[in-house]
Design a protein around this ligand. Sequence first.
Ligand code: GLA
Length: 385
Amino acid sequence: MDISAFKKLFTETYGTEPSVYFAPGRVNIIGEHTDYNGGFVLPCAISFGTYLAIAPNNDQKMRFKTTNFKYKTEVPLSELSRKHGDEWVNYPLGVIDQFIKREVSISTGADFLFSGDIPNGAGLSSSASIEIVTAVALNDLYEANIDRLELVKLSQLAENFFVGMQCGIMDQFSIGMGKANEALFLDCRTLDYEHVPLDLKEHSIVIMNTNKRRELSESKYNERVAECGVALEELRKAKPMIDLSDITLDEFEIHGALINDPIIYHRARHVISENHRVKLSVAALKRGDLVTLGQLMNESHESLRHDYEVTGKELDTIVNAARKVKGVLGARMTGAGFGGCAIAIVDKRYVEALINKVGHAYEEQIGLKPIFYVARVGDGAGKIA
Ligand code: GLA
Protein backbone atom coordinates (compact mmCIF):
# COMPACT_ATOMS: atom_id res chain seq x y z
CA MET A 1 0.00 0.00 0.00
CA ASP A 2 1.38 3.39 -1.03
CA ILE A 3 0.35 5.47 1.98
CA SER A 4 1.36 8.84 0.54
CA ALA A 5 -0.69 8.19 -2.63
CA PHE A 6 -3.61 7.15 -0.42
CA LYS A 7 -3.35 10.36 1.61
CA LYS A 8 -3.11 12.38 -1.58
CA LEU A 9 -6.28 10.75 -2.89
CA PHE A 10 -8.04 11.64 0.35
CA THR A 11 -6.96 15.27 0.05
CA GLU A 12 -8.09 15.41 -3.58
CA THR A 13 -11.47 13.95 -2.56
CA TYR A 14 -12.19 15.90 0.60
CA GLY A 15 -9.72 18.80 0.62
CA THR A 16 -8.21 18.08 4.05
CA GLU A 17 -5.22 16.20 5.50
CA PRO A 18 -6.12 12.79 6.98
CA SER A 19 -4.76 10.47 9.63
CA VAL A 20 -4.32 6.90 8.42
CA TYR A 21 -5.18 3.70 10.32
CA PHE A 22 -4.83 0.02 9.50
CA ALA A 23 -6.59 -3.11 10.76
CA PRO A 24 -5.62 -6.59 9.54
CA GLY A 25 -7.73 -9.56 8.51
CA ARG A 26 -7.33 -12.90 10.27
CA VAL A 27 -7.01 -16.60 9.74
CA ASN A 28 -8.15 -19.04 12.37
CA ILE A 29 -5.74 -21.93 12.86
CA ILE A 30 -8.28 -24.00 14.76
CA GLY A 31 -11.41 -23.52 16.89
CA GLU A 32 -14.25 -22.95 14.42
CA HIS A 33 -17.82 -22.09 15.40
CA THR A 34 -16.84 -22.28 19.04
CA ASP A 35 -16.64 -18.55 19.84
CA TYR A 36 -20.39 -17.90 20.09
CA ASN A 37 -20.59 -21.02 22.25
CA GLY A 38 -18.20 -19.64 24.87
CA GLY A 39 -15.40 -21.89 23.61
CA PHE A 40 -11.75 -21.71 22.57
CA VAL A 41 -10.19 -20.34 19.37
CA LEU A 42 -6.65 -19.97 18.00
CA PRO A 43 -6.62 -17.23 15.34
CA CYS A 44 -3.90 -14.85 14.16
CA ALA A 45 -3.84 -11.50 12.37
CA ILE A 46 -2.53 -11.47 8.80
CA SER A 47 -0.78 -8.79 6.78
CA PHE A 48 -3.77 -8.11 4.49
CA GLY A 49 -6.20 -5.61 5.90
CA THR A 50 -8.20 -2.41 5.70
CA TYR A 51 -6.71 1.07 5.50
CA LEU A 52 -8.75 4.05 6.63
CA ALA A 53 -7.87 7.69 5.98
CA ILE A 54 -10.03 9.95 8.14
CA ALA A 55 -10.36 13.64 9.04
CA PRO A 56 -13.02 15.77 10.75
CA ASN A 57 -15.22 18.13 8.68
CA ASN A 58 -17.43 21.10 9.53
CA ASP A 59 -20.43 19.93 7.53
CA GLN A 60 -22.35 17.99 10.20
CA LYS A 61 -22.10 14.90 7.98
CA MET A 62 -20.26 11.62 7.74
CA ARG A 63 -18.99 11.06 4.22
CA PHE A 64 -17.91 7.58 3.13
CA LYS A 65 -15.95 6.41 0.12
CA THR A 66 -13.89 3.36 -0.74
CA THR A 67 -11.24 2.69 -3.35
CA ASN A 68 -12.45 -0.92 -3.71
CA PHE A 69 -15.54 -0.26 -5.77
CA LYS A 70 -17.63 2.62 -7.01
CA TYR A 71 -19.50 3.75 -3.95
CA LYS A 72 -19.95 6.91 -1.96
CA THR A 73 -22.55 8.13 0.43
CA GLU A 74 -23.07 10.78 3.05
CA VAL A 75 -25.11 10.62 6.22
CA PRO A 76 -26.17 13.67 8.27
CA LEU A 77 -25.22 13.45 11.97
CA SER A 78 -28.93 13.41 12.85
CA GLU A 79 -29.44 10.12 10.93
CA LEU A 80 -26.46 8.10 12.04
CA SER A 81 -28.40 5.29 13.67
CA ARG A 82 -30.37 4.41 10.53
CA LYS A 83 -29.36 1.18 8.83
CA HIS A 84 -28.70 1.46 5.08
CA GLY A 85 -30.31 -1.64 3.54
CA ASP A 86 -27.66 -4.31 3.09
CA GLU A 87 -24.99 -1.85 2.13
CA TRP A 88 -21.37 -2.02 3.06
CA VAL A 89 -21.55 1.30 4.92
CA ASN A 90 -23.47 -0.46 7.72
CA TYR A 91 -20.13 -1.71 9.09
CA PRO A 92 -18.73 1.74 9.92
CA LEU A 93 -22.22 3.05 10.75
CA GLY A 94 -22.76 0.20 13.19
CA VAL A 95 -19.56 1.17 14.98
CA ILE A 96 -20.56 4.86 15.07
CA ASP A 97 -23.91 3.76 16.49
CA GLN A 98 -22.09 1.94 19.30
CA PHE A 99 -20.09 5.08 20.09
CA ILE A 100 -23.35 7.04 20.30
CA LYS A 101 -24.84 4.38 22.58
CA ARG A 102 -21.81 4.86 24.84
CA GLU A 103 -22.57 8.58 24.92
CA VAL A 104 -19.43 9.63 23.09
CA SER A 105 -20.08 13.12 21.79
CA ILE A 106 -19.99 13.04 17.99
CA SER A 107 -19.19 16.73 17.92
CA THR A 108 -18.18 17.11 14.28
CA GLY A 109 -18.74 15.29 11.02
CA ALA A 110 -15.96 13.19 9.52
CA ASP A 111 -14.72 12.11 6.11
CA PHE A 112 -13.78 8.48 5.56
CA LEU A 113 -11.80 6.88 2.76
CA PHE A 114 -11.43 3.10 3.03
CA SER A 115 -9.14 0.84 1.04
CA GLY A 116 -8.87 -2.89 1.66
CA ASP A 117 -6.70 -5.65 0.27
CA ILE A 118 -8.49 -8.56 1.95
CA PRO A 119 -10.14 -10.61 -0.78
CA ASN A 120 -13.87 -9.94 -0.50
CA GLY A 121 -16.15 -12.72 0.71
CA ALA A 122 -13.15 -14.97 1.35
CA GLY A 123 -13.83 -15.49 5.03
CA LEU A 124 -10.70 -13.64 6.14
CA SER A 125 -12.80 -11.21 8.11
CA SER A 126 -12.90 -8.12 5.96
CA SER A 127 -16.00 -6.97 7.86
CA ALA A 128 -14.43 -7.15 11.32
CA SER A 129 -11.38 -5.43 9.87
CA ILE A 130 -13.55 -2.50 8.71
CA GLU A 131 -15.26 -2.36 12.10
CA ILE A 132 -12.04 -2.36 14.10
CA VAL A 133 -10.25 0.18 11.91
CA THR A 134 -13.30 2.45 12.28
CA ALA A 135 -13.44 1.96 16.05
CA VAL A 136 -9.73 2.68 16.57
CA ALA A 137 -9.90 5.81 14.39
CA LEU A 138 -13.10 7.19 15.98
CA ASN A 139 -11.65 6.63 19.42
CA ASP A 140 -8.85 9.06 18.54
CA LEU A 141 -10.98 11.49 16.54
CA TYR A 142 -13.58 12.01 19.28
CA GLU A 143 -11.10 11.52 22.14
CA ALA A 144 -13.36 8.82 23.52
CA ASN A 145 -10.69 7.09 25.60
CA ILE A 146 -12.23 3.65 25.20
CA ASP A 147 -9.73 0.88 25.88
CA ARG A 148 -8.84 -1.66 23.21
CA LEU A 149 -10.85 -4.52 24.66
CA GLU A 150 -13.99 -2.35 24.76
CA LEU A 151 -13.38 -1.34 21.13
CA VAL A 152 -13.25 -5.03 20.27
CA LYS A 153 -16.50 -5.71 22.12
CA LEU A 154 -18.37 -2.77 20.64
CA SER A 155 -17.29 -3.79 17.14
CA GLN A 156 -18.80 -7.21 17.70
CA LEU A 157 -22.02 -5.57 18.95
CA ALA A 158 -22.06 -3.39 15.82
CA GLU A 159 -22.07 -6.55 13.74
CA ASN A 160 -24.66 -8.33 15.92
CA PHE A 161 -27.17 -5.51 16.21
CA PHE A 162 -26.59 -3.23 13.24
CA VAL A 163 -25.48 -5.61 10.52
CA GLY A 164 -27.53 -8.52 11.92
CA MET A 165 -24.92 -11.30 11.92
CA GLN A 166 -24.88 -13.15 15.24
CA CYS A 167 -21.10 -13.61 15.14
CA GLY A 168 -18.93 -14.37 18.14
CA ILE A 169 -15.96 -12.29 19.22
CA MET A 170 -13.08 -14.14 17.55
CA ASP A 171 -12.62 -11.93 14.49
CA GLN A 172 -12.79 -8.58 16.22
CA PHE A 173 -10.59 -9.86 19.04
CA SER A 174 -7.81 -11.23 16.85
CA ILE A 175 -7.83 -8.12 14.66
CA GLY A 176 -7.77 -5.79 17.64
CA MET A 177 -5.31 -7.72 19.80
CA GLY A 178 -3.13 -9.70 17.36
CA LYS A 179 0.67 -9.60 17.39
CA ALA A 180 3.15 -10.37 14.63
CA ASN A 181 4.27 -14.00 14.55
CA GLU A 182 1.96 -15.00 17.39
CA ALA A 183 -1.37 -16.77 17.53
CA LEU A 184 -3.99 -15.83 20.10
CA PHE A 185 -5.34 -18.57 22.32
CA LEU A 186 -8.62 -17.07 23.48
CA ASP A 187 -11.28 -18.27 25.87
CA CYS A 188 -14.30 -16.58 24.32
CA ARG A 189 -16.33 -16.80 27.53
CA THR A 190 -13.91 -15.14 29.95
CA LEU A 191 -11.86 -13.33 27.27
CA ASP A 192 -8.72 -14.60 29.00
CA TYR A 193 -6.08 -14.94 26.34
CA GLU A 194 -2.52 -15.92 25.74
CA HIS A 195 -0.21 -15.02 22.84
CA VAL A 196 1.33 -18.28 21.62
CA PRO A 197 4.46 -17.93 19.44
CA LEU A 198 3.64 -19.26 16.01
CA ASP A 199 6.92 -20.99 15.44
CA LEU A 200 6.32 -23.05 12.33
CA LYS A 201 10.02 -23.71 11.74
CA GLU A 202 10.49 -24.75 8.12
CA HIS A 203 6.75 -24.55 7.43
CA SER A 204 4.39 -21.90 6.07
CA ILE A 205 0.68 -21.34 6.37
CA VAL A 206 -0.74 -21.19 2.88
CA ILE A 207 -4.17 -19.61 2.47
CA MET A 208 -6.16 -21.25 -0.32
CA ASN A 209 -9.05 -19.17 -1.59
CA THR A 210 -11.73 -21.33 -3.23
CA ASN A 211 -13.12 -18.20 -4.89
CA LYS A 212 -16.55 -19.54 -4.07
CA ARG A 213 -18.30 -16.57 -2.55
CA ARG A 214 -19.98 -17.20 0.74
CA GLU A 215 -23.56 -16.93 -0.49
CA LEU A 216 -26.36 -17.12 2.07
CA SER A 217 -23.67 -17.50 4.68
CA GLU A 218 -25.31 -15.00 7.01
CA SER A 219 -28.61 -16.86 7.29
CA LYS A 220 -26.92 -20.27 7.50
CA TYR A 221 -24.55 -18.93 10.13
CA ASN A 222 -27.43 -17.60 12.24
CA GLU A 223 -29.16 -20.98 11.79
CA ARG A 224 -26.13 -22.72 13.33
CA VAL A 225 -26.16 -20.27 16.24
CA ALA A 226 -29.84 -21.14 16.84
CA GLU A 227 -29.17 -24.90 16.59
CA CYS A 228 -26.49 -24.61 19.27
CA GLY A 229 -29.05 -22.84 21.45
CA VAL A 230 -31.41 -25.82 21.09
CA ALA A 231 -28.60 -28.26 21.99
CA LEU A 232 -27.80 -26.19 25.06
CA GLU A 233 -31.41 -26.34 26.26
CA GLU A 234 -31.41 -30.14 25.98
CA LEU A 235 -28.08 -30.60 27.75
CA ARG A 236 -29.16 -28.32 30.59
CA LYS A 237 -31.36 -31.20 31.72
CA ALA A 238 -28.13 -32.93 32.75
CA LYS A 239 -26.20 -30.07 34.35
CA PRO A 240 -26.35 -26.29 34.79
CA MET A 241 -24.62 -24.68 31.82
CA ILE A 242 -24.13 -21.11 30.57
CA ASP A 243 -23.24 -22.25 27.09
CA LEU A 244 -22.34 -25.31 25.08
CA SER A 245 -18.68 -25.14 25.99
CA ASP A 246 -19.52 -25.94 29.62
CA ILE A 247 -19.56 -29.63 28.87
CA THR A 248 -16.48 -31.76 28.25
CA LEU A 249 -16.17 -34.39 25.58
CA ASP A 250 -16.35 -37.14 28.22
CA GLU A 251 -19.52 -35.68 29.74
CA PHE A 252 -21.05 -35.34 26.30
CA GLU A 253 -20.54 -39.07 25.69
CA ILE A 254 -22.80 -39.69 28.68
CA HIS A 255 -25.35 -36.87 28.34
CA GLY A 256 -25.41 -36.42 24.56
CA ALA A 257 -28.29 -38.93 24.39
CA LEU A 258 -30.55 -36.23 25.87
CA ILE A 259 -30.54 -34.64 22.44
CA ASN A 260 -33.13 -36.40 20.29
CA ASP A 261 -32.70 -34.61 16.98
CA PRO A 262 -29.65 -36.11 15.21
CA ILE A 263 -28.81 -32.83 13.47
CA ILE A 264 -28.73 -30.94 16.76
CA TYR A 265 -26.69 -33.74 18.31
CA HIS A 266 -24.07 -33.47 15.57
CA ARG A 267 -23.88 -29.68 15.87
CA ALA A 268 -23.19 -30.00 19.59
CA ARG A 269 -20.66 -32.76 19.04
CA HIS A 270 -18.70 -30.53 16.69
CA VAL A 271 -18.51 -27.63 19.13
CA ILE A 272 -17.53 -29.80 22.08
CA SER A 273 -14.93 -31.84 20.20
CA GLU A 274 -13.52 -28.70 18.57
CA ASN A 275 -12.90 -27.10 21.96
CA HIS A 276 -10.94 -30.20 22.90
CA ARG A 277 -8.91 -30.00 19.69
CA VAL A 278 -8.01 -26.35 20.32
CA LYS A 279 -6.52 -27.21 23.70
CA LEU A 280 -4.54 -30.10 22.21
CA SER A 281 -3.37 -27.83 19.37
CA VAL A 282 -2.06 -25.16 21.73
CA ALA A 283 -0.12 -27.80 23.63
CA ALA A 284 1.24 -29.22 20.36
CA LEU A 285 2.28 -25.78 19.12
CA LYS A 286 4.04 -25.02 22.39
CA ARG A 287 6.11 -28.17 22.19
CA GLY A 288 6.83 -27.63 18.49
CA ASP A 289 4.85 -30.72 17.45
CA LEU A 290 3.55 -29.55 14.10
CA VAL A 291 2.65 -33.06 12.96
CA THR A 292 0.03 -33.31 15.72
CA LEU A 293 -1.17 -29.79 14.98
CA GLY A 294 -1.67 -30.78 11.33
CA GLN A 295 -3.63 -33.89 12.31
CA LEU A 296 -5.87 -31.87 14.60
CA MET A 297 -6.53 -29.43 11.76
CA ASN A 298 -7.55 -32.33 9.53
CA GLU A 299 -9.89 -33.63 12.24
CA SER A 300 -11.37 -30.17 12.67
CA HIS A 301 -12.24 -30.00 8.98
CA GLU A 302 -13.87 -33.44 9.06
CA SER A 303 -15.96 -32.43 12.04
CA LEU A 304 -17.01 -29.20 10.31
CA ARG A 305 -17.87 -31.26 7.28
CA HIS A 306 -19.86 -34.11 8.81
CA ASP A 307 -21.17 -32.74 12.09
CA TYR A 308 -21.48 -29.01 11.49
CA GLU A 309 -22.06 -29.16 7.71
CA VAL A 310 -20.50 -25.83 6.82
CA THR A 311 -17.83 -26.91 4.33
CA GLY A 312 -19.40 -27.65 0.93
CA LYS A 313 -17.83 -29.21 -2.16
CA GLU A 314 -15.41 -26.36 -2.93
CA LEU A 315 -13.76 -26.35 0.51
CA ASP A 316 -13.75 -30.15 0.68
CA THR A 317 -12.15 -30.42 -2.75
CA ILE A 318 -9.41 -27.91 -2.03
CA VAL A 319 -8.62 -29.42 1.36
CA ASN A 320 -8.52 -32.97 -0.02
CA ALA A 321 -6.25 -31.91 -2.86
CA ALA A 322 -3.90 -30.16 -0.43
CA ARG A 323 -3.64 -33.20 1.82
CA LYS A 324 -2.32 -35.27 -1.08
CA VAL A 325 0.67 -32.96 -1.62
CA LYS A 326 4.01 -33.98 -0.14
CA GLY A 327 5.06 -31.77 2.76
CA VAL A 328 1.51 -30.86 3.84
CA LEU A 329 0.97 -31.54 7.55
CA GLY A 330 -2.71 -30.61 7.64
CA ALA A 331 -5.42 -28.59 5.94
CA ARG A 332 -8.80 -27.23 6.94
CA MET A 333 -11.35 -24.57 6.15
CA THR A 334 -10.96 -21.34 8.11
CA GLY A 335 -13.66 -18.87 9.20
CA ALA A 336 -17.39 -19.35 8.89
CA GLY A 337 -17.27 -21.81 5.96
CA PHE A 338 -19.88 -22.12 3.16
CA GLY A 339 -17.10 -21.18 0.70
CA GLY A 340 -14.24 -18.78 1.34
CA CYS A 341 -10.75 -19.94 2.32
CA ALA A 342 -8.95 -22.98 3.64
CA ILE A 343 -5.44 -23.09 5.11
CA ALA A 344 -2.68 -25.66 4.89
CA ILE A 345 0.49 -26.04 6.92
CA VAL A 346 3.15 -27.02 4.44
CA ASP A 347 6.91 -27.50 4.32
CA LYS A 348 8.32 -24.38 2.61
CA ARG A 349 10.08 -26.53 0.00
CA TYR A 350 6.71 -27.79 -1.25
CA VAL A 351 4.76 -24.54 -1.38
CA GLU A 352 5.22 -24.25 -5.15
CA ALA A 353 4.15 -27.86 -5.65
CA LEU A 354 1.08 -27.24 -3.50
CA ILE A 355 0.08 -24.22 -5.53
CA ASN A 356 0.50 -26.07 -8.82
CA LYS A 357 -1.08 -29.36 -7.86
CA VAL A 358 -3.99 -28.02 -5.85
CA GLY A 359 -4.57 -25.27 -8.41
CA HIS A 360 -4.85 -27.86 -11.13
CA ALA A 361 -6.95 -30.42 -9.30
CA TYR A 362 -9.35 -27.83 -7.93
CA GLU A 363 -9.89 -26.10 -11.24
CA GLU A 364 -10.44 -29.41 -12.97
CA GLN A 365 -13.05 -30.55 -10.47
CA ILE A 366 -14.81 -27.30 -9.65
CA GLY A 367 -14.23 -25.11 -12.69
CA LEU A 368 -13.03 -22.13 -10.65
CA LYS A 369 -9.47 -20.83 -10.36
CA PRO A 370 -8.32 -20.80 -6.75
CA ILE A 371 -5.88 -18.19 -5.41
CA PHE A 372 -3.06 -18.87 -2.97
CA TYR A 373 -1.32 -16.58 -0.51
CA VAL A 374 1.51 -17.40 1.86
CA ALA A 375 0.29 -15.89 5.13
CA ARG A 376 2.39 -13.39 7.02
CA VAL A 377 1.24 -13.13 10.62
CA GLY A 378 1.06 -9.43 11.33
CA ASP A 379 0.19 -7.02 14.14
CA GLY A 380 -3.27 -5.95 15.28
CA ALA A 381 -4.89 -2.63 14.40
CA GLY A 382 -3.37 0.83 14.91
CA LYS A 383 -2.54 4.29 13.56
CA ILE A 384 0.09 4.23 10.84
CA ALA A 385 0.33 7.84 9.59
C1 GLA B 1 -17.16 -15.99 11.45
C2 GLA B 1 -17.61 -15.23 12.70
C3 GLA B 1 -16.77 -15.62 13.91
C4 GLA B 1 -16.71 -17.15 14.07
C5 GLA B 1 -16.35 -17.83 12.75
C6 GLA B 1 -16.47 -19.33 12.84
O1 GLA B 1 -15.87 -15.59 11.08
O2 GLA B 1 -17.52 -13.83 12.50
O3 GLA B 1 -17.28 -15.00 15.06
O4 GLA B 1 -17.90 -17.64 14.60
O5 GLA B 1 -17.18 -17.38 11.69
O6 GLA B 1 -15.55 -19.84 13.74
